[in-house]
Design a protein. Structure first.
Length: 245
């Protein structure tokens, strides 16, 4: 099961999904507000925390009668998948986190990617000019060294999301603090980390490794937050090595 991050939809997995299709049943989806999702299904109260999105994961598993799920979550979906596994551990075989972060904001004795002032400014710009915000932030998230085409693709993904839903999802994402949940992740898991990532810097990958049971950390010699798009071959190799263990 592939779960996309904030600002993306399931098409983000097109770079790596074919590498797994011969050996696994592939499940991809769009969170409400992204891609071809049904906007009428959005409920602001349900999605006021990551638990609402974790519930979506569990409902998909139930509807498709999935078992021994290998969950691959990018960015915020790493914590969404972690919450789902804590709720229903028997559903999941392994968890794979690409660029995860349990907390994006600096806290006492914790170095997130942003301070509170920066996050507040991000929300303010999103409210005033969502398209302008997407055009400036998406290339930085992808990292411009990975080429303008990928940056442009991420801009288009950001701009295709319903702005009202995107703003709430952004607040839920960047204000969440899932550090207390980490010790309760019940299945073997992998963190794939970029060597330079403005959203999930190296400190956070090491923090995950230090605080999540049965975690393997792999740091790729790569830049940017979307390794499955910018470095698909390396990402596939690391995932396959892990799931064959």
């Amino acid at each position: 099961m592939f779960a996309h991050g904030f600002g993306c939809d399931q098409k983000a997995w097109n770079y790596i999904k074919s590498s797994f299709e011969d050996d696994y049943k592939i499940v991809m989806f769009d969170y409400v507000g992204a891609g071809n999702s049904d906007l009428s299904a959005y409920n602001a109260e349900r999605y006021d925390s990551l638990y609402g999105y974790a519930k979506d994961i569990l409902e998909i598993c139930e509807e498709l009668d999935l078992k021994e799920v290998i969950f691959v979550g990018h960015s915020v979906s790493a914590m969404i998948g972690a919450l789902a596994s804590i709720d229903k551990p028997d559903l999941f075989k392994k968890l794979i986190f690409i660029g995860p972060s349990p907390c994006y904001i600096h806290k006492e004795n914790y170095q997130g990617a942003f301070d509170q002032e920066t996050i507040d400014g991000l929300f303010e710009v999103m409210e005033e000019d969502y398209i302008g915000w997407a055009n400036s932030l998406a290339p930085a998230i992808m990292d411009r060294d990975n080429g303008p085409e990928l940056g442009e693709e991420l801009i288009n993904n950001f701009c295709s999301i319903d702005p009202v839903i995107a703003r709430q999802f952004a607040k839920v994402t960047f204000l969440s603090d899932n550090r207390p949940d980490l010790p309760f992740i019940p299945v073997e898991n992998l963190t794939i980390q970029s060597s330079e990532d403005m959203i999930a810097p190296l400190y956070i990958g090491q923090y995950m490794n230090d605080n999540v049971p049965n975690n393997t950390l792999v740091v790729l010699n790569a830049k940017g937050h979307c390794l499955h798009m910018s470095h698909p071959e390396e990402t596939v190799r690391v995932i396959k090595d892990f799931i064959k263990l």
